[in-house]
Ligand binder design. Structure first.
Ligand code: SF4
Length: 109
């Protein structure tokens, strides 16, 4: 996944675009219902909630619309409260949605 140190490494070598192009060009909308951020969350040591571990590394917290701060474990009483909230996305998401898709459990399609 091209984030953080790996993304920096690619950019230093001038290879970031070459790495990203196949991912973008092979975007597969059929993977979207199966992305792990649709059914799992990532919980940080300090209780902050994230849509996935990649977003956690990027500090893209799970938030409610118009909220002033990302949610923590102590802001919710049940996981059902998170259903339907927007998922924070970025260019790194092409790493999950290219080709057959990718997740902690392997290919999505
Ligand atoms: S990187 Fe993006 S597409 Fe992949 S699981 Fe996280 S939010 Fe979803």
């Amino acid at each position: 996944m091209p984030i953080k140190r790996f993304a920096d490494y690619l950019q230093r070598r001038g290879e970031y675009d070459a790495y990203m192009s196949p991912l973008v060009n092979h975007f597969n909308p059929e993977t979207l219902p199966y992305l792990m951020c649709r059914s799992l969350i990532s919980v940080a040591w300090d209780g902050k909630l994230y849509d996935c571990d990649f977003n956690q590394m990027l500090e893209m917290g799970l938030t409610k619309p118009r909220a002033v701060a990302p949610l923590t474990l102590w802001d919710i009483d049940a996981l059902e409260e998170l259903e339907g909230l927007p998922i924070a996305t970025g260019s790194h998401c092409f790493g999950c949605a290219a080709g057959a898709g990718s997740s902690c459990g392997g290919a999505l399609r």
